[in-house]
Design a protein around this ligand. Structure first.
Ligand SMILES: Nc1ncnc2c1ncn2[C@@H]1O[C@H](COP(=O)(O)OP(=O)(O)OP(=O)(O)O)[C@@H](O)[C@H]1O
Ligand SMILES: [Mg+2]
Length: 277
């Protein structure tokens, strides 16, 4: 098996790409019932352009808190977030709105993101209207972005959320995010609620978006198997700290942290299932 690994290391190399998004020494503390907990503890990560970085860790390790801070939905306690070389940690007003078009997110439960009384077509058109995208551009943009996730307007626009599969709903959420023409797509447990076949389908869509649109993807998951299937680089979080980071191959074949080794022990067939970049 040594040859395919070497090949993977070449195709997955991201060291020559520009760093699009990064966080430096980011910490988040919460006060809960008078005591302080550190949900994210001094985390520094870099997201090169057109690459997939997976953040893996068990429940409560701080993944979503980190994602909310990167998305600027939650203030940092300390540390810095940088996008295209600009400090965006304390961005406000129109600057922040601009940031939110460039950094889009997809979350765990696509059903919760839908209003069950709206068809997919009205959901997508409303998103475009809110973003002040002219009506005469809407249909073409919707068709283009549904195409990226392998859906056709005729199949889905007239449907209500409950008339589609979980995988279709999640792909529509990805399409909605893409309509803003983001540079970064942050997916927080976006495939967790899907069964195995639909999950692979959505993972492959994310993989293709990286290659076809040059999208930078932050893929958050508790499942190291999915992380290694999709990502160029993997960071492992335990109790708010990054305890392991490296290329997917480094993490699989030469894990440094005991915690990573424990996560890997649950997926013994991982080494044979690497996806080529
Ligand atoms: N708004 C909040 N107020 C207080 N504590 C919080 C808040 N949000 C998260 N926490 C705590 O911070 C820690 C990290 O939570 P977080 O949601 O980031 O974990 P996670 O890695 O995303 O977990 P999961 O895999 O279950 O989604 C947990 O101990 C959680 O209880
Ligand atoms: Mg979470």
């Amino acid at each position: 098996m040594s040859e395919p690994v070497a090949e993977d290391m070449i195709t997955r190399s991201t060291s020559d790409r520009e760093i699009l998004l990064s966080c430096r020494n980011v910490t988040k503390e919460f006060s809960v019932a008078g005591s302080r907990i550190t949900a994210v503890d001094d985390v520094s990560l870099e997201f090169p352009e057109a690459s997939v970085l997976a953040v893996v860790g068990e429940s409560g390790s701080g993944k979503s808190t980190l994602a909310r801070m990167l998305l600027r939905l939650m203030p940092v306690t300390s540390g810095t977030i940088t996008f295209r070389g600009q400090d965006v940690t304390h961005l406000k007003g129109s600057g922040l709105r601009e940031y939110w078009t460039e950094v889009q997110a997809v979350f765990q439960d696509p059903f919760a993101s839908f209003n069950q009384f709206f068809t997919v077509g009205s959901l997508l058109r409303r998103s475009l209207a809110l973003a002040k995208i002219p009506k005469d551009e809407a249909d073409a943009l919707i068709e283009e972005c549904l195409g990226y996730v392998d859906l056709r307007p005729k199949e889905v626009l007239h449907k209500f959320p409950h008339q589609m599969s979980g995988g279709q709903r999640q792909r529509i959420m990805v399409a909605r995010a893409l309509m803003m023409r983001p540079k970064v797509l942050l997916a927080d447990e976006a495939t967790s609620m899907l069964d195995a076949t639909l999950r692979v389908n959505v993972l492959n869509v994310l993989h293709d978006l990286k290659n076809d649109l040059g999208l930078t993807v932050l893929f958050i998951t508790h499942d190291i198997g999915q992380a290694c299937y999709l990502a160029d680089r993997v960071a492992v979080m335990e109790k708010g700290k990054v305890v392991e980071r490296g290329t997917t191959e480094e993490v699989i074949f030469a894990p440094q942290a005991d915690y990573t080794r424990r996560l890997l022990a649950d997926v013994p067939d991982l080494k044979g299932s690497l996806k080529h970049g």
